[in-house]
Design a protein around this ligand. Sequence first.
Ligand SMILES: Nc1nc2c(ncn2[C@@H]2O[C@H](COP(=O)(O)OP(=O)(O)OP(=O)(O)O)[C@@H](O)[C@H]2O)c(=O)[nH]1
Ligand SMILES: [Mg+2]
Ligand SMILES: [Zn+2]
Ligand SMILES: [Zn+2]
Length: 485
Amino acid sequence: MKKDVQPAKMSYFFGPGWRDLWLFIKKFWGYNQEDIKRRAEKVETGKGIMSLSGASRLLSCFALILFGTFFFVLIAATVSALLGVAFLVVYVLIFLVWGIDRLLLISKGIFVACPDCKSKYLIPVYLCPGCGARHTVLTPGKYGVFKRTCNCGHKIPSHFVTNRGKLAAECPKCSFALSGTGNKPLCIPVIGGRSSGKTAYITAFSYDFIEKAAPRNGIMIEHYSEGTKQFYETDITNDYMGGTTRMTKTETDVRQASSRAFSFEMHSKKLSPARLVQIYDVAGESFIENTENEAQLQYTYCHGIVFMLDPLSIPTVRNYMDDSISEVDKASVGTLDVDLVLDAFMNKLREITGQSSKAVFNVPIAVVISKSDIRTLDRFIGDEMISEYMTGQGWGMEAFAVAEDRLCRQFLIDNGLASLVSNIDMKFKYNRYFKCSAIGHTREAGRYNPRGVLEPMEWLFQTADSGMKSVWHEHQFGSVMRGDR
Ligand SMILES: Nc1nc2c(ncn2[C@@H]2O[C@H](COP(=O)(O)OP(=O)(O)OP(=O)(O)O)[C@@H](O)[C@H]2O)c(=O)[nH]1
Ligand SMILES: [Mg+2]
Ligand SMILES: [Zn+2]
Ligand SMILES: [Zn+2]
């Protein structure tokens, strides 16, 4: 209970109300006692109880004791009961308002996912804008229903409808500074082996979405914090302009988080509440070796997964590599065994969720074949191959994504990854295959010119969050075909 004590003034119906009732009873009892005392004195100073007047005074004194006490009890009990009922009604109302707060949060899919320690909760610690006091349970209750008064005198909102989410907040577990806590999160971890192209993908997607896709779809972007704004304006923008990407460092300081979320808010008239996109990047090395410093709890509550797959890491594809492949690309081939990546991920999922190995996950997964600018791939999943396939099937352009999914699956199956494809089919109810080129060409050969980076996220957003469909709908996805042709 002690931890629930808030730095705020208690509402009348809790502390002060009961104190007033107690005071009333005490005073009332006091008057009653005084009355009796006065009568008793009169008996003592009178002619004695043997006289008629004395006897009648004694009688009235007894009557007073009897009836006075009786009336005291009656009135005190009636007042207490009436007040009790009135307070009970107020408590029930407060409980209802508290319930509505919870219901709104849950039904709108609002929760807080700490970008640092990855913990998930409904109500973070909120900070008073006046004095910075930490309100650990800022919900309707004994300190106020829709608002409460901080000890410093500042009135602060304590309900979803009074915009509590706009207050500055921090993580109750690790004290990380949070914002946008009234928004609906869209958590998307990008997973994959070493050098599979995760960081390049996040750079390309973030830049293209924030600078191009969002404005043309009427979505306003707000940065999550000064830190993420800086990260966007320096790291992401510089990499994008310079055509570079840096290996994500394996965090050796165990007090530091191994994976980081890049977050930004999406605002639109059609989006209520606003969405908070959180994209998680992790070093492929610690992902595969399972050496992350913190439990990757985001896998339990994430809304979609991007599985980055480096086609050059597939042994048979490497056989086709010829002189047209630059030395840079040859040198930056990802983890050799893609099955290992999926295994590592499935183990993590099971470890965190406690699910059995037969569990089917409802979270949508986009399997993204990266580095599609490498010419060797054209013969398998190039645009021309996709067009040819569509013509063969008699499909129009609207079926491009379906054909892309089809050819990507076939490409993996034909190159020794049939088990990976069938494993993903078995474990993820919603899965789809894409090809993309984050940089658009070999690293450091000019600024990014991304191809196909928006589609996987658009599909994930729409699959995970039906409200997103009305705001961002640039591609036709159609249903994918599984199994044999
Ligand atoms: N040709 C080409 N190469 C790419 C592309 N994206 C990434 N690469 C290459 O792949 C290398 C690794 O890319 P990263 O984005 O750092 O890969 P990562 O998955 O984040 O790797 P780790 O952080 O080590 O886990 C880069 O240095 C590039 O050389 C692309 O779109 N086209
Ligand atoms: Mg990386
Ligand atoms: Zn935290
Ligand atoms: Zn305050």
